[in-house]
Design a protein around this ligand. Structure first.
Ligand SMILES: [Zn+2]
Ligand SMILES: [Zn+2]
Ligand SMILES: [Zn+2]
Length: 326
């Protein structure tokens, strides 16, 4: 496998067949009895009575050893798939999903995300750490056992680059954070707000790409998910995420969730180095949840343009009215 850069869009693509030996998916490799625990990277709260266990992905897209080996093939750029690829096993219970979990359990998972992001960012080879979760078969979940994934890459994913550029330009023009501005306006207008717990707010974004798209972000400005600012309490984030997922469980079968946080500012090479001057002021971490709704809901994308058959205002209204339980 190797990484190739599209010279037009500048996005990196992992190409080539996976060179990993096939790991059987039955019995479930994430269940405690089948787990090879010798290579575990993290246990929460401890190795004996763990709820969360982080392991290297058995079929990694990226490999931890070596340098990126950036080189040119004529006008093209390529590099080796150096990075990290990890699985966050969220529970020992094969049948428990995140929306079934208590606030404390979700809190432990979010803390594990933060620990892994902070740890991987200490490696200056890695420009970005992505944490994401595919829930449900339709979302492309590799295993039914509840888990998330962490990747550390020697490049910043394209969507993050778009966000960084836009946030930096907004900041340059207005000396304000675009994400703070968005949330302030949403809280004033109220039509797309869903819920708030402590310093955290959930809302349907104005230009939602899919029905019931939800973003969660702290009200107080903070560019890094992994580092709490004084007004934040991750327990409240866990409560809000649980309430949001229980609402979404009523309207969709699965979802993609991704943490968007600041890139690794230890990296000073390349086009990104100029971003770091204002990043603490211009970027704002957030969670994006993109539900997978059944095909009859008329959500589809035509090539690169999203068509969302449900107004975000209606989606927020529907989600607000659903009892989030506890
Ligand atoms: Zn399992
Ligand atoms: Zn902000
Ligand atoms: Zn984002």
């Amino acid at each position: 496998m190797e990484l190739r850069k599209d010279p037009i869009t500048k996005s990196w693509v992992v190409v080539g067949p996976s060179d990993q030996a096939r790991v059987p998916d039955d019995p479930c490799p994430l269940c405690p009895t089948n787990l090879t625990r010798s290579n575990a990277l993290l246990y929460f709260p401890d190795a004996q009575k763990w709820q969360v266990c982080v392991i290297p992905h058995p079929r990694p897209l990226y490999h931890i050893e070596g340098e990126s080996g950036r080189s040119a093939i004529g006008i093209y750029d390529r590099m080796d798939p150096v990075g990290a690829h990890e699985i966050v096993i969220e529970t020992q219970d094969h049948n428990r999903t995140m929306s079934d979990m208590s606030d404390d359990e979700i809190h432990a998972i979010l803390d594990a995300y933060a620990v892994r992001i902070a740890d991987l960012k200490r490696d200056p080879r890695f420009k970005y750490v992505t944490v994401f979760k595919n829930r449900g078969q339709l979302a492309g979940a590799e295993w039914t056992h509840s888990h998330s994934q962490v990747t550390a890459t020697t490049f910043v994913p394209r969507r993050i680059l778009y966000e960084l550029r836009a946030a930096r330009e907004w900041f340059r023009d207005k000396e304000r954070c675009v994400f703070c501005d968005i949330l302030r306006q949403e809280e004033k207008q109220k039509v797309r707000m869903i819920d708030t717990v402590g310093d955290y707010a959930a809302y349907c974004p104005y230009a939602s790409r899919v029905p019931f798209e939800v973003w969660i972000q702290p009200r107080t400005h903070n560019h890094q998910f992994e580092t709490l600012v004084s007004s934040e309490n991750r327990r409240n984030l866990a409560t809000l995420l649980g309430r949001t997922l229980r609402r979404l469980a009523q309207v969709c079968e699965g979802y993609h969730m991704v943490v968007h946080t600041s890139p690794n500012t230890l990296q000073t090479k390349g086009e990104l180095s100029e971003y770091w001057k204002t990043i603490a002021g211009d970027y704002h971490w957030h969670l994006e949840i993109l539900p997978i709704v059944e095909s009859r809901s008329k959500s589809y994308s035509i090539k690169e343009v999203y068509f969302n058959g449900r107004l975000p205002e209606d989606a927020a209204d529907r989600l607000r009215k659903i009892d989030p339980g506890s």
